[in-house]
Design a protein around this ligand. Structure first.
Ligand SMILES: Nc1ncnc2c1ncn2[C@@H]1O[C@H](COP(=O)(O)OP(=O)(O)O)[C@@H](O)[C@H]1O
Ligand SMILES: [Mg+2]
Length: 382
């Protein structure tokens, strides 16, 4: 059984992980994948693929989706990774009860070539900038709705600064977020939606701090951070992610939790954290290789490719079609009765001498209509 690793330029974490898995003698081996032209519908030789780079290489992302279709477990799920972005995450987290800084999604400053005013008729113009700023307050953080690596993140202190920086953001969709004047900041690894490592972090100097920096955290704070980290990852479905919290007045605000390929380099995260993530990821990947459920099971299309899973759906679809057809028949009958009565009422005074219709006649006239619509519904549903 094999685990394939897909990597970019990082050169400490992947080799150490491969070495660790291979040293476990668990009947599972790990190696770097080699990919050329990919045949549609063709399975890979890997039970599990660990992806560290497809966010930068669309060819890999597409390859991984095909691998999922063919039964491979991919960490992280390439379909959700493609769909996810920060703003959705903030909305979800706030509904899950996490503390999230107030955030507003902003229309883009610029649009791709070919998009003109005519294409943008749904956009409010001018924007209610004052209302937006009043909602999040000042200072605020302006950052991409789908970002990473601290790129295009601005701190603004006034409406004028916001406009100045917003004007630099081009075609990026940006969010404006309440600034949390934090006293502490943590970045938490979450593996398998179970294992959490809270790493104190100093964003000003961009460095990880040793565990001792957590000494003044209350047990309640540690519990809350751990619980919030697991909850958001359960909801998003990531097997590996980091969640960042800015802590202010005893409240951990969730700042960034769309990191499906988080930094694990020994020189930046430091050795203890690097060792932790190697150990946990090796265990997770080996466990997935032996006992994991294929990523395809999360998707609707899986049921249509798998006869046992598809049959309950097909029979339910059949039942629904029958219920619908019966409903349509009843409605058509009622409609035709009402119609006949209306026709009778209209035509009686005009043709007073016309013989009254027999009830049977009404039914015969209405019947073909009802039958026709029923038939049509049945055909469409099949
Ligand atoms: N709402 C905020 N309040 C205070 N600082 C913030 C806020 N949002 C981001 N930051 C700072 O900016 C950094 C980068 O923002 P983040 O959302 O983590 O983006 P990225 O995905 O680029 O890492 C954070 O590590 C934090 O130091
Ligand atoms: Mg971040």
């Amino acid at each position: 059984m094999k685990i394939g690793i897909l990597v970019g330029m990082e050169n400490t974490f992947p080799p150490a992980l491969i070495e660790k898995i291979n040293s476990m003698n668990a009947g599972v081996t790990a190696e770097y994948i080699k990919i050329g032209g990919v045949k549609m519908g063709e399975a890979t030789e890997y039970k599990v693929i660990f992806d560290r780079i497809s966010h930068e290489i669309p060819f890999y992302r597409s390859f991984l989706k095909n691998a999922v279709l063919n039964g491979t477990i991919v960490v992280n799920n390439p379909f959700w990774w493609s769909a996810d972005e920060k703003f959705f995450g903030y909305s979800l987290a706030t509904k899950l009860g996490l503390a999230v800084p107030k955030t507003i999604l902003l229309p883009q400053k610029d649009y791709i070539k070919g998009v003109t005013d005519a294409s943008l008729r749904n956009l409010e113009f001018p924007l209610d900038w004052q209302g937006i700023v009043d909602h999040v307050g000042m200072p605020a953080i302006l950052k991409p709705h789908d970002g990473g690596g601290w790129r295009d993140v601005y701190k603004v202190d006034s409406l004028e600064e916001l406009w100045r920086d917003y004007d630099q953001t081009g075609t990026l969709a940006m969010t404006l977020q309440e600034f949390i004047d934090f006293t502490d900041y943590v970045r938490c690894y979450c593996v398998g939606r179970k294992e959490v490592l809270i790493m104190p972090y100093d964003p000003k100097n961009r460095r990880y701090l040793p565990q001792e920096a957590l000494a003044h955290y209350s047990p309640e704070m540690i519990d809350r951070i751990t619980r919030d980290t697991i909850l958001i990852n359960e909801a998003l479905g990531y097997d590996l992610n980091t969640v960042e919290f800015a802590i202010k007045d005893g409240v951990p605000y969730a700042i960034d939790f769309t990191n499906p390929a988080p930094d694990a380099d020994i020189w930046s995260v430091t050795e203890p954290y690097h060792n932790w993530i190697i150990e946990k990821m090796a265990n997770l990947l080996v466990d997935y290789a032996k006992n994991g459920q294929p990523t395809s099971h999360y998707h609707r299309w899986y049921k249509w490719l798998n006869p046992e899973a598809a049959s309950p759906i097909a029979s339910r679809a059949g039942e629904l079609a029958q219920e619908l057809a019966a409903g349509v028949e009843q409605m058509a009958q009622k409609a035709s009765d009402v119609l006949s009565e209306v026709i009778d009422q209209i035509t009686e005074p005009i043709k007073p001498k016309r013989a009254p219709r027999k009830p049977a006649e009404k039914e015969t006239k209405a019947a073909p209509k009802a039958a026709k619509s029923t038939k049509a519904t049945k055909t469409t549903k099949k």
